[in-house]
Design a protein around this ligand. Structure first.
Ligand SMILES: *Cc1c(COP(=O)(O)O)cnc(C)c1O
Length: 434
């Protein structure tokens, strides 16, 4: 647990999120429950936007919606003057319904459908990021039919290996995303896009991975991207006005992960900006509009999931299982890639940890685990179990597996909490069944 003013232990020895006692939240809203510390999200937004503004100038912090997507987060992001990136028609729809400005939307994806591309063009999104020749051709056709010119970026793969779990790395040479900078395929797609009258090529995009703490990997990406901008400028006479470097800043999940302060995130952005300014100067390039796309870091540590402990199974000499009323349907990240989490008993925060527990979900899958080997006080049925850093890639990855309803999301601030996403009902789950 990365303690702060809005995530701490109160006088009763209970966990407090956004000024609200976890036990009170559970009384009011039940479990499982996603709780978001609204103030922390605001602080992250201010930190990242002010760093980009002060250390670089012209650019945009574009929140990666896929980390956590609902109307309320778009309203918050908009309040801080940020942009957003979307990766599907569904995210685009949610942003639009929330009233989010479409001219601050970037649309990504390795396999956008004709329908999704059409929707994005009609909405007037700021940039569509092209990931294949077929997509460029579809997009040209759509724009010609609608008499519009669409600003586009091209997704490239700078081949930087970021330090993280390999399943969530996306920019090695072997990737389903983007055009390689080294085998001529990036030049080919550039040459083909610039010939299309309804596409305006503004620049390139890369995303080197996720949960990155090694800021040097971003600096290498900046180096490679600006080398390529220089090459394109020299060989094709094209100067790009936009550079999008993607997201990927890491957060604290569990022991062993660095614990970062807001000022550390400021420094991440500053380091990238400084590196970029140096490279531009060295290579004699114009200063492009810089887009960064953090997702996890904006919402991840803001989130805490609250569960109620159910049956406890102690297998002598092997393991102690605590079964909770949630599981892989609200948080599939352990099942997907053995993600690690910090767990606490929310009303026993001051009691000594005495026993090792594995937190198991209620789904019919042996792999339905939330966290292994958690040192906790003696756990009893009905205890509140809190899992930290669940604000990113939890609600957005939730499912109705075993026909469990997706839990609601509340935002907590100054001791009060309100629904951002209401609880799903059984009726909701069966709504489209014929
Ligand atoms: C996932 C993704 C992001 C956000 O990554 P985080 O690790 O959540 O910061 C940004 N841009 C693109 C293209 C992505 O795919």
């Amino acid at each position: 647990m990365n303690q702060r003013e809005t995530l701490k232990i109160n006088d009763k020895g209970h966990l407090e999120i956004g000024g609200a006692d976890a036990e009170e939240l559970v009384k009011q809203f039940g479990t499982p429950l996603y709780v978001m510390d609204k103030a922390y999200i605001g602080q992250m937004c201010i930190t990242l936007t002010s760093a980009l503004k002060k250390e670089y100038g012209s650019g945009l912090i574009s929140y990666a919606s896929k980390a956590f997507c609902c109307k309320e987060i778009y309203r918050i992001i908009e309040d801080y003057g940020m942009g957003a990136d979307v990766v599907s028609g569904g995210e685009l729809y949610t942003a639009k319904e929330s009233g989010f400005p479409m001219d601050k939307i970037t649309f990504h994806g390795n396999n956008k459908s004709f329908t999704e591309l059409t929707e994005a063009v009609l909405c007037g999104v700021q940039h569509i990021v092209i990931d294949s020749l077929g997509e460029a051709e579809d997009l040209e056709e759509i724009c010609a039919a609608n008499g519009t010119v669409q600003n586009v970026l091209i997704r490239v793969n700078p081949g930087v290996e970021a330090h993280t779990h390999h399943f969530i790395q996306t920019a090695k040479q072997d990737s389903k995303f983007g055009f390689s900078l080294t085998d001529g395929s990036a030049e080919d797609i550039i040459n083909s896009v610039i010939k299309k009258p309804h596409l305006k090529l503004c620049g390139l995009h890369c995303h080197i991975g996720s949960q990155i703490f090694e800021i040097k990997s971003f600096c290498i990406a900046v180096e490679k991207m600006t080398d390529f901008y220089k090459k394109i400028s020299d060989e094709l006479g094209i100067s790009f006005s936009v550079l999008n470097l993607g997201g990927g800043f890491g957060i604290h999940y569990a022991e062993g992960d660095p614990i970062l302060k807001l000022s550390d995130y400021y420094d991440f952005v500053k380091t990238i900006c400084d590196k970029l300014k140096t490279c531009l100067k060295e290579k004699g390039l114009e200063k492009p509009y810089l887009i960064l796309e953090p997702g996890r870091s904006v919402v991840g540590e803001a989130g805490v999931t609250l569960y109620t402990a159910g049956r406890i199974k102690e297998i002598k000499g092997i393991k102690n299982y605590v079964a909770i009323d949630g599981g892989m349907f609200d948080n599939p990240r352990f099942a997907l890639y053995q993600a690690r989490y910090t767990v606490a008993a929310a009303a026993k925060m001051l009691l000594k940890p005495v026993k090792k527990y594995t937190i198991a979900g209620k789904c019919c899958e042996s792999g339905d685990i939330i966290a292994e080997d958690c040192m906790l006080p003696e756990i009893e049925e009905r205890d509140i179990i809190a899992v930290f850093s669940t604000g990113a890639y939890n609600y957005s990855m939730a499912s109705n597996y075993n026909r469990n309803p997706v839990p609601p999301v509340v935002f907590a601030e100054n001791g009060k909490a309100y629904y951002a996403v209401k609880p799903q009902t059984y009726k909701d789950i069966a709504r489209n069944d014929v």
